[in-house]
Design a binder for this molecule. Structure first.
Ligand SMILES: Nc1ncnc2c1ncn2[C@@H]1O[C@H](COP(=O)(O)OP(=O)(O)OP(=O)(O)O)[C@@H](O)[C@H]1O
Ligand SMILES: [Mg+2]
Length: 259
């Protein structure tokens, strides 16, 4: 289980998370939605310990990452996670199969002779074939995303953090990736957080959806309840409406953004 309590994080001159409370139960897939720049990626980075919150606690199976200081403890903590970075973050100089299996030597005792075959299997799961020996520069944006996804699941982790898994993919591939997230959750009992703007995917994969607004969790509920929400902020966001309370807020911030 992942439990975030009162998580706060500011970057210089910019408060981002202002007290996030969230629980992700074992076996659950929580979708996190919210406007661009509201702190979704920051929250995932806090969970895995890449960003240290200014306040609050994030506990995973009883271990509070915000209290770990020794490198070895942080490494052990991170072993439980697969992480799909929003920007794919592949190593340019490594081939696709080396990218996919990069973490295995740190995370598992699997003999390296098996890495190529494992990469092939995981790539097939995300709909890629015969790309093992290519370099990231030879791939389209959507292919890079899928290679990064194959890497995130390579060690079959207990927890997977997906940052925008379907962004930049065509609608059919988006749906295939949503199905894959569901399959992993069923087959491996994975517990996952999926950050997404893709409401179709969120409704499909999530057991619950949490919306972040102004640094806090504005609503967290079952997908049907979020879809039917009468809250004007939630309604505007999930329906993708240009008119509503969120636009007024964005206008207030406009001078700051341009500064
Ligand atoms: N390393 C950093 N240093 C300074 N500011 C940062 C840093 N990382 C993020 N920010 C700022 O924090 C805010 C939240 O960023 P974050 O990437 O978490 O948003 P997001 O919700 O993931 O947005 P998007 O939907 O566009 O991916 C933004 O205003 C961003 O400019
Ligand atoms: Mg982001």
């Amino acid at each position: 289980m992942i439990a975030a309590v009162g998580v706060k994080k500011s970057y210089p001159g910019r408060p981002v998370l202002r007290g996030v409370d969230l629980t992700v139960r074992d076996g659950e897939t929580l979708a996190v939605i919210g406007g661009s720049g509201c702190g979704k990626s920051t929250l995932l980075k806090c969970v895995i310990g890449l960003v240290r919150p200014d306040a609050g606690a994030i506990t995973v199976d009883g271990t509070d990452i915000t209290r770990l200081t020794r490198e070895i403890e942080v490494a052990q903590y991170r072993r439980r996670f697969g992480y799909l970075f929003q920007e794919a973050a592949l190593f340019d100089s490594l081939s696709v199969w080396e990218n996919v299996t990069f973490g295995l030597r740190y995370l598992t005792n699997i003999p390296s002779a098996r890495y190529r075959a494992i990469a092939r299997d995981k790539l097939a799961l995300v709909g890629l074939k015969d790309v093992e020996d290519m370099k990231p520069a030879e791939l389209s944006g959507g292919m890079k995303k899928r290679v990064a996804l194959a890497r995130a699941i390579a060690a079959e982790p207990a927890y997977i953090l997906y940052d925008e898994p379907t962004t930049g993919l065509d609608p059919i591939m988006s749906d295939i990736i949503s199905d894959l997230i569901l399959d992993l959750q069923k087959a491996l009992k994975t517990t996952a957080i999926v950050v997404t703007h893709d409401m179709k995917s969120a409704y499909k994969v999530a057991s619950r959806i949490a919306m972040i607004h102004e640094g806090r969790v504005l609503a967290a509920d079952r997908p049907e309840a979020i879809r039917a929400s009468q809250d004007p902020y939630v309604h505007q966001f999930v329906e993708g409406l240009s008119q509503g309370p969120i636009q007024m807020k964005l206008k207030e911030f406009e001078p700051e953004v341009g500064r």
